[in-house]
Write a protein that binds this ligand. Structure first.
Ligand SMILES: [Zn+2]
Length: 265
């Protein structure tokens, strides 16, 4: 790190838990962020400002007027632009030291697996179960830590699934085959700052995983209801019958390859 970077990150480096060593680990890290909507906006802004080494930004969508209420990475003048292009411009202005790799296509099959495998942490900021399940499968198969979140109306949840640990539950352990009654912000609405809160928690947990500090949300599900401003923490257990990480997982091999990720969060 040069003098400019030492000063830029000084308020973080002065924390003994982080120190120069933690900042360097962050600077050498690669984070895959899938979805540049409300959650992805907050997560990418903080990871950029805090000094992540490389961010891979995935979204094939374009900025729409109805996004701007909560997707703070994009501005009014960006309407109609690809979200990854808008993101690249604004994140570069925040911190030019961060390498930004943009992907404006749907990730599927080996494409998804390769991107997940090359990342130190995956931030799931997508907005639908199908995509979350696919990202989870790729993370389990490649043993890549996953920082997962979802938000709708006034409620949100966030967790860390650390597939590098044998006893770790995965996202699929939470939801059975018939779970996915699809609800999206587009159809149901969401209070804007809720996405900022939860996306910021995703950035926080990502940094903790990379730096190896504190206790992450691995094995726990953090639930927030902003209408009552109540937080709850639920313990998560690995489901031995989980089709992704449990004893039946072999039946899945090869299946992921024909699915497609969509990221219109
Ligand atoms: Zn599982």
């Amino acid at each position: 790190m040069d003098d400019e970077q030492l000063l830029r990150y000084s308020r973080q480096i002065m924390l003994p838990e982080i120190d120069a060593a933690g900042q360097l680990r962050l600077a050498e890290s690669k984070v895959l962020i899938i979805g540049l909507g409300g959650l992805g906006s907050a997560a990418s802004i903080y990871l950029t400002a805090a000094g992540a080494g490389s961010l891979v930004l995935v979204d094939f969508d374009k900025v729409d007027l109805s996004n701007l209420q909560r997707q703070v990475l994009h501005q009014t003048r960006d309407i109609g632009r690809l979200k990854v292009e808008s993101a690249r411009e604004h994140l570069t202005e925040i911190n030019p030291h961060v390498e930004l790799i943009t992907i404006d296509r749907a990730l599927d099959g080996d494409d998804l697996l390769n991107q997940v495998q090359s990342a130190d942490v995956v931030v799931d900021a997508s907005d639908n179960f199908r995509t979350r399940f696919m990202i989870n499968e790729a993370c389990v198969r490649t043993r890549t830590p996953l920082v997962s979140a979802a938000a709708i109306r006034f409620e949100a949840q966030v967790s860390v699934f650390d597939a590098s640990r044998e006893d770790s539950p995965c996202y699929r352990c939470l939801y059975g085959e018939d779970a996915a009654v699809e609800e999206t912000c587009t159809a149901n609405g969401v209070m804007a700052p809720l996405l900022g809160i939860i996306g910021s928690i995703q950035a926080t947990e990502t940094m903790k995983v990379i730096m190896g500090i504190g206790e992450t949300l691995a094995g726990k599900l953090l639930l927030l209801d902003v209408l009552r401003m109540e937080w709850h923490v639920a313990g998560l257990r690995k489901d031995p019958d989980c089709p992704v990480c449990g004893d039946r997982k072999k039946s899945l091999d090869g299946r992921t390859d024909r699915q497609t990720v969509s990221t219109n969060a």
